[in-house]
Design a protein around this ligand. Structure first.
Ligand SMILES: Nc1ncnc2c1ncn2[C@@H]1O[C@H](COP(=O)(O)OP(=O)(O)OP(=O)(O)O)[C@@H](O)[C@H]1O
Length: 313
Protein backbone atom coordinates (compact mmCIF):
# COMPACT_ATOMS: atom_id res chain seq x y z
CA UNK A 1 0.00 0.00 0.00
CA UNK A 2 0.98 3.64 -0.39
CA UNK A 3 0.85 5.74 2.77
CA UNK A 4 0.99 9.52 2.79
CA UNK A 5 1.76 10.99 6.22
CA UNK A 6 1.26 14.71 6.87
CA UNK A 7 2.49 15.38 3.38
CA UNK A 8 2.99 19.06 2.62
CA UNK A 9 4.26 20.98 -0.40
CA UNK A 10 4.66 24.72 -0.16
CA UNK A 11 5.57 27.13 -2.95
CA UNK A 12 6.42 30.43 -1.24
CA UNK A 13 3.32 31.33 0.72
CA UNK A 14 1.09 28.88 -1.17
CA UNK A 15 0.36 25.45 0.17
CA UNK A 16 -0.16 23.26 -2.90
CA UNK A 17 -0.72 20.32 -0.52
CA UNK A 18 -1.14 20.63 3.24
CA UNK A 19 -0.91 17.95 5.93
CA UNK A 20 -2.27 15.23 3.73
CA UNK A 21 -2.58 11.86 5.47
CA UNK A 22 -4.02 9.17 3.27
CA UNK A 23 -3.66 5.46 2.47
CA UNK A 24 -4.08 3.98 -1.00
CA UNK A 25 -5.05 0.32 -0.49
CA UNK A 26 -3.23 -2.36 -2.49
CA UNK A 27 -4.96 -3.67 -5.60
CA UNK A 28 -7.58 -0.91 -5.75
CA UNK A 29 -8.25 2.20 -7.81
CA UNK A 30 -8.25 5.41 -5.79
CA UNK A 31 -9.26 8.64 -7.51
CA UNK A 32 -7.69 11.91 -6.41
CA UNK A 33 -10.60 14.17 -7.22
CA UNK A 34 -11.18 17.88 -6.84
CA UNK A 35 -11.41 21.26 -8.51
CA UNK A 36 -8.59 22.77 -10.53
CA UNK A 37 -5.60 23.79 -8.42
CA UNK A 38 -6.57 21.74 -5.34
CA UNK A 39 -3.24 19.84 -5.35
CA UNK A 40 -4.02 16.56 -7.13
CA UNK A 41 -1.06 16.56 -9.51
CA UNK A 42 1.35 17.76 -6.82
CA UNK A 43 0.23 14.87 -4.61
CA UNK A 44 0.71 12.33 -7.40
CA UNK A 45 4.17 13.68 -8.23
CA UNK A 46 5.25 13.44 -4.61
CA UNK A 47 4.45 9.71 -4.71
CA UNK A 48 7.08 9.03 -7.39
CA UNK A 49 9.35 11.87 -6.25
CA UNK A 50 9.06 13.96 -9.37
CA UNK A 51 8.24 16.60 -6.74
CA UNK A 52 9.95 16.48 -3.33
CA UNK A 53 7.72 17.24 -0.33
CA UNK A 54 8.40 20.26 1.87
CA UNK A 55 7.57 18.07 4.88
CA UNK A 56 5.90 14.79 5.73
CA UNK A 57 6.62 11.54 3.95
CA UNK A 58 5.43 8.77 1.67
CA UNK A 59 5.73 5.09 2.53
CA UNK A 60 5.56 2.35 -0.05
CA UNK A 61 4.90 -1.14 1.35
CA UNK A 62 6.14 0.19 4.70
CA UNK A 63 9.36 1.77 3.40
CA UNK A 64 10.00 5.49 3.41
CA UNK A 65 10.44 6.42 -0.25
CA UNK A 66 13.37 8.66 0.66
CA UNK A 67 15.36 5.47 1.32
CA UNK A 68 14.95 4.45 -2.32
CA UNK A 69 16.66 6.11 -5.27
CA UNK A 70 14.13 7.99 -7.42
CA UNK A 71 15.05 5.71 -10.34
CA UNK A 72 14.39 2.50 -8.39
CA UNK A 73 11.18 3.98 -7.04
CA UNK A 74 9.89 4.96 -10.50
CA UNK A 75 10.67 1.54 -11.93
CA UNK A 76 8.05 0.16 -9.54
CA UNK A 77 5.49 2.73 -10.63
CA UNK A 78 4.03 3.09 -14.10
CA UNK A 79 3.20 6.71 -14.90
CA UNK A 80 0.64 7.85 -17.45
CA UNK A 81 -0.02 11.52 -18.16
CA UNK A 82 -2.56 13.31 -20.31
CA UNK A 83 -0.34 13.74 -23.35
CA UNK A 84 1.51 10.46 -23.34
CA UNK A 85 4.85 11.78 -24.53
CA UNK A 86 5.82 8.80 -26.67
CA UNK A 87 9.30 8.96 -28.17
CA UNK A 88 8.41 10.24 -31.67
CA UNK A 89 11.39 8.71 -33.48
CA UNK A 90 10.82 5.21 -32.06
CA UNK A 91 8.27 2.68 -33.25
CA UNK A 92 5.34 1.75 -31.04
CA UNK A 93 7.11 -1.52 -30.18
CA UNK A 94 10.32 0.23 -29.14
CA UNK A 95 8.36 2.70 -27.06
CA UNK A 96 6.72 -0.09 -25.11
CA UNK A 97 10.05 -1.92 -24.85
CA UNK A 98 11.88 1.08 -23.38
CA UNK A 99 11.77 0.10 -19.70
CA UNK A 100 12.28 -3.68 -20.12
CA UNK A 101 15.32 -2.89 -22.32
CA UNK A 102 16.62 -0.52 -19.67
CA UNK A 103 16.29 -3.35 -17.17
CA UNK A 104 18.36 -5.59 -19.45
CA UNK A 105 15.71 -8.16 -20.30
CA UNK A 106 16.76 -10.62 -23.05
CA UNK A 107 15.55 -9.57 -26.52
CA UNK A 108 13.14 -12.50 -26.93
CA UNK A 109 11.46 -11.75 -23.61
CA UNK A 110 11.13 -8.07 -24.51
CA UNK A 111 9.54 -8.94 -27.87
CA UNK A 112 7.07 -11.31 -26.27
CA UNK A 113 6.21 -8.72 -23.61
CA UNK A 114 5.61 -5.97 -26.19
CA UNK A 115 3.17 -8.16 -28.11
CA UNK A 116 1.44 -9.25 -24.94
CA UNK A 117 0.96 -5.65 -23.80
CA UNK A 118 -0.22 -4.34 -27.16
CA UNK A 119 -2.85 -7.08 -27.21
CA UNK A 120 -3.78 -6.24 -23.62
CA UNK A 121 -4.56 -2.61 -24.53
CA UNK A 122 -6.50 -3.64 -27.64
CA UNK A 123 -3.89 -2.94 -30.32
CA UNK A 124 -3.16 -5.81 -32.71
CA UNK A 125 0.63 -6.28 -32.43
CA UNK A 126 1.15 -7.17 -36.11
CA UNK A 127 -0.56 -3.94 -37.18
CA UNK A 128 0.81 -1.56 -34.57
CA UNK A 129 4.27 -2.80 -33.54
CA UNK A 130 6.06 -1.00 -36.37
CA UNK A 131 3.98 2.16 -36.55
CA UNK A 132 5.39 5.54 -35.53
CA UNK A 133 3.58 7.61 -32.86
CA UNK A 134 2.66 10.20 -35.53
CA UNK A 135 0.58 7.55 -37.32
CA UNK A 136 -1.66 6.93 -34.30
CA UNK A 137 -4.98 8.48 -33.27
CA UNK A 138 -5.10 10.14 -29.84
CA UNK A 139 -6.82 7.10 -28.35
CA UNK A 140 -4.31 4.67 -29.85
CA UNK A 141 -1.37 6.78 -28.61
CA UNK A 142 -2.87 6.83 -25.13
CA UNK A 143 -3.22 3.03 -25.27
CA UNK A 144 0.47 2.76 -26.13
CA UNK A 145 1.18 5.03 -23.17
CA UNK A 146 -0.71 2.65 -20.89
CA UNK A 147 1.10 -0.37 -22.38
CA UNK A 148 4.44 1.35 -21.83
CA UNK A 149 3.59 2.16 -18.22
CA UNK A 150 2.73 -1.51 -17.60
CA UNK A 151 5.76 -2.88 -19.44
CA UNK A 152 7.94 -3.88 -16.49
CA UNK A 153 4.87 -5.06 -14.57
CA UNK A 154 5.03 -2.40 -11.82
CA UNK A 155 2.72 -3.02 -8.87
CA UNK A 156 1.63 0.64 -8.88
CA UNK A 157 0.17 2.73 -11.68
CA UNK A 158 0.01 6.51 -11.33
CA UNK A 159 -2.33 8.17 -13.83
CA UNK A 160 -2.73 11.93 -14.24
CA UNK A 161 -5.86 12.79 -16.25
CA UNK A 162 -4.96 9.91 -18.60
CA UNK A 163 -8.20 10.18 -20.58
CA UNK A 164 -8.47 13.98 -20.55
CA UNK A 165 -7.36 14.61 -24.11
CA UNK A 166 -9.56 11.94 -25.69
CA UNK A 167 -12.87 12.38 -27.44
CA UNK A 168 -15.82 10.99 -25.43
CA UNK A 169 -16.08 7.68 -27.27
CA UNK A 170 -12.36 6.89 -27.14
CA UNK A 171 -12.34 7.94 -23.50
CA UNK A 172 -15.08 5.56 -22.45
CA UNK A 173 -13.50 2.69 -24.34
CA UNK A 174 -10.09 3.23 -22.74
CA UNK A 175 -11.59 3.72 -19.27
CA UNK A 176 -13.29 0.35 -19.61
CA UNK A 177 -10.09 -1.33 -20.76
CA UNK A 178 -7.95 0.15 -18.02
CA UNK A 179 -10.51 -1.05 -15.48
CA UNK A 180 -10.49 -4.51 -17.00
CA UNK A 181 -6.67 -4.61 -16.92
CA UNK A 182 -6.63 -3.36 -13.35
CA UNK A 183 -9.11 -6.03 -12.23
CA UNK A 184 -7.12 -8.74 -13.97
CA UNK A 185 -3.66 -7.67 -12.79
CA UNK A 186 -4.71 -6.23 -9.39
CA UNK A 187 -2.56 -3.13 -9.75
CA UNK A 188 -2.70 -0.36 -7.19
CA UNK A 189 -3.91 2.61 -9.24
CA UNK A 190 -3.91 6.28 -8.25
CA UNK A 191 -5.98 8.24 -10.75
CA UNK A 192 -5.98 12.04 -10.84
CA UNK A 193 -9.18 13.42 -12.28
CA UNK A 194 -11.49 16.39 -11.96
CA UNK A 195 -14.28 14.46 -13.68
CA UNK A 196 -16.87 13.23 -11.17
CA UNK A 197 -18.48 10.61 -13.45
CA UNK A 198 -15.02 9.22 -14.24
CA UNK A 199 -14.19 8.92 -10.54
CA UNK A 200 -17.54 7.28 -9.81
CA UNK A 201 -17.14 4.84 -12.68
CA UNK A 202 -13.55 3.82 -12.07
CA UNK A 203 -12.66 4.24 -8.43
CA UNK A 204 -13.01 1.88 -5.48
CA UNK A 205 -12.11 4.83 -3.26
CA UNK A 206 -12.21 8.58 -3.78
CA UNK A 207 -9.99 11.13 -2.04
CA UNK A 208 -11.69 14.48 -2.61
CA UNK A 209 -9.29 17.40 -2.16
CA UNK A 210 -10.08 21.02 -1.42
CA UNK A 211 -7.38 23.71 -1.48
CA UNK A 212 -4.53 21.29 -0.79
CA UNK A 213 -6.30 19.40 1.99
CA UNK A 214 -8.32 16.23 2.17
CA UNK A 215 -12.03 17.01 2.19
CA UNK A 216 -13.15 13.36 2.39
CA UNK A 217 -11.86 9.86 1.74
CA UNK A 218 -14.32 7.05 1.15
CA UNK A 219 -16.10 4.92 -1.38
CA UNK A 220 -17.91 6.79 -4.17
CA UNK A 221 -21.14 5.88 -2.40
CA UNK A 222 -19.88 7.44 0.86
CA UNK A 223 -19.13 10.72 -0.85
CA UNK A 224 -22.44 10.90 -2.69
CA UNK A 225 -24.68 9.70 0.15
CA UNK A 226 -22.72 10.64 3.24
CA UNK A 227 -20.82 13.83 2.42
CA UNK A 228 -18.60 14.96 5.29
CA UNK A 229 -19.07 18.67 4.65
CA UNK A 230 -21.11 21.16 2.61
CA UNK A 231 -18.17 21.39 0.17
CA UNK A 232 -18.32 17.63 -0.51
CA UNK A 233 -22.09 17.71 -0.90
CA UNK A 234 -21.92 20.62 -3.30
CA UNK A 235 -19.03 19.18 -5.32
CA UNK A 236 -20.59 15.74 -5.64
CA UNK A 237 -24.03 17.30 -6.21
CA UNK A 238 -22.78 18.71 -9.47
CA UNK A 239 -22.89 15.12 -10.58
CA UNK A 240 -26.63 14.78 -10.09
CA UNK A 241 -27.22 17.56 -12.59
CA UNK A 242 -24.68 16.04 -14.94
CA UNK A 243 -26.26 12.60 -14.66
CA UNK A 244 -29.60 14.04 -15.78
CA UNK A 245 -27.94 15.41 -18.87
CA UNK A 246 -26.55 11.92 -19.42
CA UNK A 247 -30.08 10.69 -20.15
CA UNK A 248 -30.72 13.21 -22.94
CA UNK A 249 -29.45 12.74 -26.47
CA UNK A 250 -27.64 15.77 -27.85
CA UNK A 251 -29.52 15.24 -31.13
CA UNK A 252 -32.80 15.84 -29.28
CA UNK A 253 -31.61 19.32 -28.29
CA UNK A 254 -30.07 20.25 -31.65
CA UNK A 255 -31.58 23.15 -33.57
CA UNK A 256 -30.62 24.94 -36.78
CA UNK A 257 -27.70 27.30 -36.37
CA UNK A 258 -24.20 28.26 -37.44
CA UNK A 259 -21.96 25.25 -36.86
CA UNK A 260 -18.86 27.00 -38.17
CA UNK A 261 -15.86 26.56 -35.87
CA UNK A 262 -17.74 24.48 -33.31
CA UNK A 263 -16.42 21.10 -32.09
CA UNK A 264 -18.30 18.14 -33.54
CA UNK A 265 -20.27 15.61 -31.60
CA UNK A 266 -21.82 12.37 -32.94
CA UNK A 267 -25.65 12.39 -32.91
CA UNK A 268 -25.84 9.40 -30.56
CA UNK A 269 -23.80 11.16 -27.83
CA UNK A 270 -25.60 12.49 -24.77
CA UNK A 271 -25.96 16.07 -23.52
CA UNK A 272 -23.44 15.54 -20.72
CA UNK A 273 -20.84 14.71 -23.33
CA UNK A 274 -21.84 17.87 -25.20
CA UNK A 275 -21.22 19.91 -22.05
CA UNK A 276 -17.86 18.22 -21.42
CA UNK A 277 -16.80 19.00 -24.97
CA UNK A 278 -17.78 22.67 -24.62
CA UNK A 279 -15.89 23.00 -21.34
CA UNK A 280 -12.82 21.32 -22.77
CA UNK A 281 -12.77 23.32 -26.01
CA UNK A 282 -13.86 26.60 -24.45
CA UNK A 283 -16.82 27.03 -26.84
CA UNK A 284 -20.43 27.82 -26.02
CA UNK A 285 -21.84 25.26 -28.43
CA UNK A 286 -21.25 22.03 -30.32
CA UNK A 287 -22.19 20.88 -33.81
CA UNK A 288 -24.16 17.64 -33.77
CA UNK A 289 -23.25 15.48 -36.76
CA UNK A 290 -24.93 12.40 -38.20
CA UNK A 291 -23.55 9.53 -40.23
CA UNK A 292 -21.12 10.70 -42.88
CA UNK A 293 -20.36 13.83 -40.85
CA UNK A 294 -23.34 15.93 -42.04
CA UNK A 295 -24.32 18.61 -39.51
CA UNK A 296 -27.76 17.96 -38.01
CA UNK A 297 -27.83 21.12 -35.92
CA UNK A 298 -26.15 22.92 -33.07
CA UNK A 299 -26.57 22.66 -29.30
CA UNK A 300 -25.70 25.79 -27.36
CA UNK A 301 -24.65 25.99 -23.73
CA UNK A 302 -28.00 27.54 -22.79
CA UNK A 303 -29.94 24.75 -24.51
CA UNK A 304 -28.60 22.27 -21.96
CA UNK A 305 -31.00 23.58 -19.32
CA UNK A 306 -33.96 22.49 -21.47
CA UNK A 307 -34.90 18.87 -21.15
CA UNK A 308 -37.22 17.98 -24.04
CA UNK A 309 -38.75 15.19 -21.94
CA UNK A 310 -40.04 17.73 -19.42
CA UNK A 311 -41.64 19.89 -22.07
CA UNK A 312 -38.75 22.32 -22.31
CA UNK A 313 -39.07 23.71 -18.79
N1 LIG B 1 5.97 24.42 -9.60
C1 LIG B 1 5.06 25.20 -8.98
N2 LIG B 1 5.39 26.44 -8.55
C2 LIG B 1 4.49 27.22 -7.91
N3 LIG B 1 3.22 26.84 -7.65
C3 LIG B 1 2.84 25.63 -8.05
C4 LIG B 1 3.73 24.74 -8.75
N4 LIG B 1 3.06 23.59 -9.02
C5 LIG B 1 1.81 23.76 -8.54
N5 LIG B 1 1.67 24.99 -7.95
C6 LIG B 1 0.44 25.50 -7.31
O1 LIG B 1 -0.01 24.52 -6.39
C7 LIG B 1 -1.43 24.40 -6.44
C8 LIG B 1 -1.83 22.97 -6.75
O2 LIG B 1 -1.45 22.63 -8.08
P1 LIG B 1 -1.74 21.20 -8.73
O3 LIG B 1 -1.20 21.21 -10.11
O4 LIG B 1 -1.27 20.15 -7.82
O5 LIG B 1 -3.33 21.21 -8.77
P2 LIG B 1 -4.35 20.22 -9.51
O6 LIG B 1 -5.41 19.92 -8.53
O7 LIG B 1 -3.62 19.08 -10.11
O8 LIG B 1 -4.94 21.18 -10.64
P3 LIG B 1 -5.46 20.88 -12.14
O9 LIG B 1 -6.67 20.01 -12.02
O10 LIG B 1 -5.79 22.27 -12.64
O11 LIG B 1 -4.32 20.25 -12.86
C9 LIG B 1 -1.91 25.42 -7.46
O12 LIG B 1 -2.28 26.58 -6.78
C10 LIG B 1 -0.69 25.65 -8.31
O13 LIG B 1 -0.71 26.95 -8.86
Amino acid sequence: MIDLRELTKRYGDTFAVRDLTLTFPVGTVTALLGPSGCGKTTTLRMINRLTEPTSGHVRLAGRDTRELSPEALRRGMGYVIQRVGLFPHLSVGRNVAAVPELLGWPAARVRARVDELLSLVGLEPGTFRHKRPAELSGGQAQRVGVARALAADPPVLLMDEPFGALDPIAREALQAEVLEIQRRLAKTVVLVTHDIPEALRMADFVALMQAGELAQFGTPDDLVRRPASPFVAQFMGMDAALEQLGGVRAAALARPGDAHGLPRLPAEADARTALALMLRQGTDGVAVVGEGGAVIGVVGFRDLGHDPRSGGA
